[in-house]
Design a protein around this ligand. Sequence first.
Ligand SMILES: Cc1cc2nc3c(=O)[nH]c(=O)nc-3n(C[C@H](O)[C@H](O)[C@H](O)COP(=O)(O)OP(=O)(O)OC[C@H]3O[C@@H](n4cnc5c(N)ncnc54)[C@H](O)[C@@H]3O)c2cc1C
Ligand code: SF4
Length: 482
Amino acid sequence: MGSVTGFLNTDRQLPKTRGTKERITDYKELYVPHSEELTVKQASRCMDCGVPFCHNGCPLGNIIPDFNDAVYQEDWEKAADLLLETNNFPEFTGRICPAPCEGSCVLGINKPPVAIEHIEKSIIEKAFKKNYITPVEVKNRNNKKVAIIGSGPAGMAAGDQLNKAGYLVTIFERDPEPGGLLRFGIPDFKLEKWVVERRVELMKNEGVEFITNCNVGVDVSADKILTEYDALMLAGGATVPRDVPTTGRNLKGVHFAMEFLTQQNKRVSDIDFKEEELLATDKNVVVIGGGDTGSDCIGTSKRQGAKSVVQFELLMEPPKVRGNNNPWPEWPLIFRTSSSQEEGCDRKWSILTKAFIGNKKGEIEGIQTVDIEWKGRKFEEIPESEKVYPCDLALLAVGFLHPQKEGLLTQLNVELDDRGNVKADNFKTSREGVFTAGDMRRGQSLVVWAIHEGREAAREVDLFLSKNEGKLTSKTSSGYHL
Ligand SMILES: Cc1cc2nc3c(=O)[nH]c(=O)nc-3n(C[C@H](O)[C@H](O)[C@H](O)COP(=O)(O)OP(=O)(O)OC[C@H]3O[C@@H](n4cnc5c(N)ncnc54)[C@H](O)[C@@H]3O)c2cc1C
Ligand code: SF4
C-alpha cells in the first residue's frame, strides 16, 4: 500500500479550478495544471483495503488500490499498465465520470474518499506525455470482419478490444467525427475534443477503420453490412429525447438540450451545421431538468452570455449528507453542485412546468409553473403556488427515452425490450450474429457503463466468431481484458 498513515496525515485535495469569471469566457477545461507531488500525496491516502469496495463501485472493476500504490511509488508506467488493463479510455472517465468508485471507497465512511478519478486522469495523461502509449501493432490477424454501428464510448471500447484480439474492425458513424456524445454532446469545458481525437487517432493507427458521415439504415442498408461482415454490433446510443408535451410546446424558443449542445460543440470545433443558429446570448434561459445534460446547458448558456439562467428540477432538494436509507457503500444521494451550476444559476426544486407562454409572434416569453409536494413516489400540486418565469429560451433536458427506431433498427427488425431499447441476452440481440452494447441496450447511462458494455459485448462477439475459443476471456472483478 501507499503510506500506512497517509489517510491520517493528508486531506483529500483536488487540483484547483479556474475561477468562474475567467472560465466562462472560454470553452477550455476547468482545471489548472497541478503538481505531480499533489497526486502522489493523494495516492498515499489509499488504505489498500482487505476488501476494496472501490472495485465494487467501478463498473469496469478497475484495480484501484494497485494503481494507487504504483503512483505512490512513482512508478507511473506500472500504474498506466494496471489502469489500462480494465479501462480502454481512462482519459475520458478520469475527466467526466461521476466516480461511483469514490462513492464506495472505504475511507468515505468517515472521511472524504480517495481522489481516485483525479489519480486516474493523472496516470493516463502522464502515460501519454511520457510516450508509454504508442500504437500497438496487432499480430495474428484472423481476417474476420466486424462492423460496429456507432462510435461512442461503447462502440469505441468494443472496437478497441476486438481489434486487439485480431479482428478487422470498421466503426460506422453518422456524425462528421467519431466519439458519440463525447464528441457532440458533452461540452468542451468538461472534455476538450483533442482528448477524443487523440484516442481515435491511436485506434486508427492500430488498424481500426472509422467511416463517418454514414448513417447505417439510410446511407447504406443494414442488410448490406450484414452480408459483408461476419458480425455486427449495434452501439447507436439512446438518442430519442423525452419531451415536455405541454401547452405552448411548439413555440419558437423551446428546444431539446441536444439541439443546443451539439451546435455549440460544432461551433467550438469550426464544424458547419445547417440548422438555424441557436444561442443563449442576452436571453432569459430556463433549463428544465436537473441532471448532467441540464448542467451542460447551464455552462454553455453562461459562456454564450445569457442574461439569466434558471434550472427547474421536479424532484425535491436532496439532503446535504447521506440519509439513513442511503448508507455507504451505496451511491450517496446528496445535494451536489456541478461546475456549471457553480458558474451561476438559480436552482428551483419540486417545480412542475405547466405551460410555455408565447407572444403574438409565436415566440416563448415565459413559463408557467406550479410548486409540488412529494408524497412517497407521487406528488401533489401546491394550491396557489403558480408562478410565471420570464423565458426567451427553454431547454428541455429531462432525459432520453430509447434509441431511434427508424432506419437501422427497423431494417434489422431486432426485438426491443419494454422500454424500447434493443433487447439482448448477454449482449446478443434476437438476430444471430448481431450484438448490442451501451445506451442502445441499457438506456441513457454513463460513459463508464458504455465502456464496460463495449468490452463485455466484444467478448461475446469473440466467442461467437471463434466458436467459443475467444481470446478476450481473462476476467477481472467485473470486466474482461486481453
Ligand atoms: C449532454 C450529455 C452529457 C453527459 N455527460 C456525462 C458525463 O459527464 N459523464 C458520464 O459518464 N456520462 C455522461 N453522459 C452520458 C454518456 O455520454 C452516455 O451514457 C454515453 O456516451 C453512451 O455511450 P454509447 O456509446 O452507448 O452511445 P453514444 O455516445 O450516444 O454514441 C452513439 C453513436 O452512434 C451513432 N449512431 C446512432 N445510430 C447510427 C446509425 N444508424 N448509423 C451510424 N451511426 C449511428 C450516433 O451518432 C452516436 O455518435 C452525458 C450524456 C449527455 C446527453
Ligand atoms: S476502497 Fe478506497 S481506501 Fe480502500 S483500496 Fe479502494 S481506494 Fe483505497
